[in-house]
Unconditional design. Structure first.
Length: 162
């Protein structure tokens, strides 16, 4: 339940052809530490070009963030994507709204995010594909450091299994 289906370094490492080969037609995208660093209004290097290539392949995308609308809306606008803010991942409500908005089944969707306890767990509870990316930048708060510590333990077993 806590294992991602797939792991990559950055979103830009994910090829649209690969996604299509897996039957994926829609992407649910996290923002913070996935498409850019926390609270950064500018997408990370290569992200805009990557989104264009995904778009060109016919795969649809939506932003699902646990962050507030004032953070999510302007960023989603830059990317030209619809969004759901305060998504409450890992609860599955936001995922269901994404599926409905895109008109797709759960097995046609893939969540891409940097956190096991929100993005991956939510995707697994919902029943879609999941790709975990490495966080772009380490967080500084104690709570986040603790979460990352727990993630490291989970990823140790994930790598052993893989
Ligand atoms: Mg994130």
């Amino acid at each position: 339940m806590l294992f991602p289906k797939q792991m990559v370094h950055r979103v830009t490492d994910i090829s649209p052809e690969d996604l299509k080969a897996k039957g994926i037609k829609g992407l649910i995208l996290d923002i913070d530490n996935t498409l850019t660093t926390h609270d950064n209004p500018i997408p990370s290097d290569g992200v805009s070009a990557w989104l264009d290539s995904v778009r060109a392949s016919g795969i649809q995308m939506l932003v699902l963030s646990n962050n507030h609308a004032p953070r999510v809306e302007p960023f989603a606008k830059i990317l030209g994507l619809d969004f759901i803010a305060e998504g409450k991942k890992p609860l599955t409500g936001g995922f269901k709204r994404c599926a409905k908005a895109l008109g797709m089944n759960r097995d046609e969707l893939c969540i891409i995010g940097d956190q096991i306890f929100t993005d991956v767990l939510g995707g697994n509870l919902f029943g879609c594909h999941s790709i975990l990316v490495e966080p772009i930048q380490p967080e500084s708060t104690a709570f986040f450091k603790f979460k990352r510590f727990l993630e490291k333990i989970i990823l140790f077993f994930y790598r052993k299994r893989a």
